[in-house]
Design a protein around this ligand. Structure first.
Ligand code: NDP
Ligand code: 8X3
Length: 250
C-alpha cells in the first residue's frame, strides 16, 4: 500500500528535495507552499513517478491552513507522513535593533504555522493509530548564536513542540521526529537577507549541506521499521562544528 506524505514548504530547498526523493520511492505527495508556479512545476516533474496533489496556502493563516487541508480529495485524505518544513529566518539583527515584522514572521510561520498544520493532520493519525510527523528544526534550536535571537527561539520552540508531540502521541503509536540541520545551501539566506548581497557569502569557502542531503536523511527516517523512531537528528556539514565554528578555505 502506497503511503501519502504532506510536505509544507515544498516549493524550494529542503521541502522540494524531499518531494523528489519521496516521489522516486513511490510515496504519494501533497505539496504545499504559496508560490503557485513552483507548485505547478514540481507537480509536473513528479507526476510521472507518483500521485501528486498541491495545496496553496500561507501557514500564517489559521483559517486558510485548516480550509486547505480539509479540502483534500478522498485519494489524499489519509496522510501517513507529515513533514513540517515550511519556515525561514527573517533578518539577522541584535535584539535591540530587531525588526518587529521579522519577529512576527518567524514566530507566526516557524512556530504557529507548524502548529496549525499539525492540528489539521493529527486527528486522522490518532484515529488510525498510526503516522509519522517530522518537524524540521535546526541547529539553531539547540544553541543560540549572535543575532540569531528570535530565529533561534522559534527553532527552540519547534524542538519543544516535537518533544511534547512525541509524549502526547505516544499512546497512539505515532512517531514524532526532529531533523535539525546546520548550514544548508537553499534559498534560506536570500530570504533571511531579503535578497541582499550578504546572502551570496553564506555558503562560500566551504561545502555546505545540500537540500538533497537532508532529504535523504528524512527518507531514511520514514523508512525505518515500525519499532524504530529517529527521535532527534542533528546534522552539520563537515566544515561546521557548531553555530559559530566554521572552517572556511577563503
Ligand atoms: P527555503 O527558503 O529554500 O524554503 C522555505 C520553504 O518554506 C519554501 O518552500 C516556502 O514556500 C515555504 N514557506 C515560507 N514561508 C511560508 C509561509 N508563510 N507559508 C507557507 N509556506 C512558507 O529554505 P529551506 O529549504 O532551507 O528551509 C526549510 C526549513 O529548513 C525551514 O524550516 C528552515 O528553518 C529549516 N532549516 C534550514 C536550514 C538552512 O541552512 N537552509 C538549516 C536548518 C533548518 P513559499 O515561499 O512558496 O510559500
Ligand atoms: C538554519 C541554519 O545556522 O542559519 O537554521 O541558523 S542557521
Amino acid at each position: 500500500m502506497k503511503k501519502t506524505a504532506l510536505i509544507t514548504g515544498a516549493t524550494s530547498g529542503i521541502g522540494r528535495a524531499t518531494a523528489h526523493v519521496f516521489a522516486k520511492h513511490g510515496i504519494n505527495l501533497i505539496l504545499c507552499g504559496r508560490r503557485q508556479h513552483r507548485l505547478d512545476s514540481v507537480q509536473k516533474a513528479l507526476s510521472r513517478e507518483t500521485d501528486v496533489h498541491t495545496l496553496n496556502f500561507d501557514v500564517r493563516s489559521r483559517e486558510k491552513t485548516l480550509e486547505a487541508i480539509s479540502s483534500l480529495p478522498d485519494d489524499f485524505k489519509t496522510v501517513d507522513i507529515l513533514i513540517n518544513n515550511a519556515g525561514n529566518a527573517h533578518g539577522l539583527d541584535p535584539i535591540q535593533t530587531g525588526n518587529l515584522d521579522d519577529w512576527d514572521a518567524m514566530m507566526d510561520i516557524n512556530v504557529k504555522g507548524l502548529l496549525y498544520v499539525s492540528k489539521a493532520i493529527i486527528p486522522g493519525m490518532t484515529e488510525r493509530q498510526s503516522g509519522h510527523i517530522i518537524n524540521i528544526g535546526s541547529s539553531a534550536g539547540k544553541e543560540v548564536y549572535p543575532k540569531g535571537n528570535v530565529y533561534c527561539a522559534s527553532k527552540h520552540a519547534v524542538l519543544a513542540i516535537t518533544e511534547g508531540m512525541r509524549i502526547d502521541l505516544n499512546p497512539f503509536g505515532i512517531k514524532v521526529s526532529a531533523v535539525n540541520p546546520g548550514l544548508v545551501e537553499t534559498e534560506f539566506s536570500q530570504v533571511r537577507f531579503k535578497g541582499g548581497s550578504q546572502a551570496d557569502n553564506v555558503y562560500k569557502g566551504y561545502k555546505a549541506l545540500q537540500a538533497d542531503d537532508i532529504a535523504e536523511i528524512i527518507h531514511f527516517a520514514v523508512t525505518r521499521p515500525a519499532h524504530v523512531n529517529l527521535a532527534d537528528v542533528l546534522v552539520f556539514p563537515t566544515a561546521q562544528a557548531n553555530s559559530v565554528t566554521l572552517k572556511k578555505t577563503q
